[in-house]
Design a protein around this ligand. Structure first.
Ligand code: NAD
Length: 419
């Protein structure tokens, strides 16, 4: 349960139900989409380096496959339980539909604290997890990718382990290293997409000069650090960044290259020379124009929403705003670019990676970036058009995005005879 009384899956379904109402879906269709197609909960038991056993749970949830093979990342986190993985899987269904790529929605998780495991232990966990979900994944069935605390190395182990039983199958996962069939541009794709959608939102809000937009970013992993780098490239002033250990603030703007170097040297953004410390709770409430949550879910709740000063929130993380807090932001006129659009850059380039693997070719980096940018700007415009076309319903940008996505999934489900 969250502080606002809904579990993560209930919260995503809350957004879905609003869309379902607008789309006048039948009760049967709502029942189907509020559940999941298939769920695996598997024991992951592997030896630790000291000879003891690590025993934990791994999950793979396939939410909806009407539009194509299931697609979604794998998260290693102590809080990755079945409900959270269901929520993230369903978000993938709506995300892939919204940006119109031919995939369904899935997600995986292993309940571990990756920071406490050695590389060898992480490798054993990954190989065991791959065996446990091996029966339901496949290059035309379900294609995993990285998420929190997993990366291109994790994907390499999956390619290897899956290949032992099934023959070499590069396209079993996306987010691979370029040397092993990865796509140029995949590593930074989610962060790049976050900033592409921010560009669109900033234009709408009437800013003419990006340096007027002060940006605070929570989380400095794959998504947050790339979003920060690309934000600076686009002329924004990134004034605060953070990670699990805390954050740093500098109103004149943080030198992000220095921050990346500092993280490489010390393992954290804290104590970056020339900055003031700020904790993760205070970062969310800073006096900035734009806020980018890029770490965990449910960081904007009824407990802090009234203190949020940003007029623009770009949801780089999945599900960072609880439903009640979202209503408050809507009433206040805060523009929230929802996760299913803002962080879709990763799955879009994952799709491009899968296409390249299937064709056994490699596109140039600039080509991948160009396609990503075009796709996201077009998706943004389609959401905005949908919102304007339903003016009388007074939809928020999120509500419009969900309704458009639900519409697309239902249409295909009907065509295939599922509904
Ligand atoms: P990551 O593991 O690379 O980085 C996570 C970052 O969050 C790290 O800096 C970590 O220190 C920080 N963090 C962890 N707990 C925190 C806390 N309690 N407070 C503040 N910071 C904390 O993960 P990532 O791949 O960058 O994913 C970040 C978010 O983006 C997640 O919500 C994920 O679901 C979402 N996302 C990722 C991708 C992708 O392609 N990697 C795609 C779509 C969405």
């Amino acid at each position: 349960m969250t502080a606002n009384g809904m579990s993560p899956f209930e919260a995503v379904n809350h957004f879905f139900r609003r869309a379902a109402e607008l789309e006048q879906l039948s009760d049967d269709a709502i029942d189907v989409m509020c559940g999941t197609y298939r769920e695996i909960q598997a024991q992951i038991a592997v030896p630790r380096d000291d000879g003891s056993m690590l025993v934990t749970n791994g999950y793979r949830v396939q939410h909806n496959g009407a539009r194509g093979p299931y697609k979604g990342g794998i998260r290693y986190h102590p809080d990755a339980d079945l409900d959270e993985v269901r929520a993230l899987a369903s978000l993938m269904t709506w995300k892939t539909a919204l940006v119109d790529i031919p995939f369904g929605g899935a997600k995986g998780g292993v309940q571990v604290d990756a920071s406490e495991l050695s590389q060898k232990e992480l490798e054993r966990v990954t190989r065991r997890y791959t065996d446990q979900i091996g029966l339901v994944i496949g290059p035309t069935r379900d294609i995993p990718a990285p998420d929190m605390n997993t990366n291109a190395q994790t994907m390499s182990w999956i390619v290897d382990q899956y290949g032992r039983k099934n023959g070499h199958t590069t396209q079993i996962v996306t987010g691979k290293p370029v040397e092993l069939g990865g796509s140029w541009g995949r590593e930074e794709a989610t962060g790049r997409g976050v900033i592409i959608t921010m560009d669109e939102a900033v234009k709408e809000l009437g800013y003419t000069d990006p340096s007027e937009v002060r940006v605070a970013i929570q989380g400095f992993g794959n998504v947050g650090s790339w979003a920060a780098r690309i934000a600076v490239d686009h002329g924004y002033r990134v004034v605060a960044i953070s990670d699990v250990n805390g954050g740093v603030h500098r109103d004149a703007g943080i030198d992000i290259d220095k921050a990346v170097h500092h993280v490489k040297e010390t393992g954290s953004v804290i104590e970056l020379p020339g900055t003031e410390p700020v904790d993760n709770d205070d970062l969310i409430e800073l006096d900035v124009e734009a806020l980018i949550p890029a770490a965990l879910g449910e960081v904007i709740t009824m407990d802090n929403v009234d203190r949020i000063q940003a007029d623009l929130i770009i949801e780089a993380a999945n599900h960072p705003v609880t439903p009640l807090a979202d209503d408050t932001l809507k009433d206040r006129g805060c523009l929230v670019v929802p996760d299913i659009l803002a962080n879709a850059g990763g799955v879009i380039v994952s799709y491009y990676e899968w296409v390249q693997n299937n064709q056994e070719i490699r596109w140039e980096h600039a080509d991948v970036n160009h396609r990503l940018e075009k796709k996201l700007r077009e998706s943004y415009r389609q959401c905005r058009d949908f919102q304007h076309d339903h003016e009388d319903d007074h939809l928020s940008f999120r509500e419009a995005a969900f309704a458009l996505a639900v519409d697309r999934v239902v249409r295909v489900a009907e065509l295939r005879g599922y509904l």
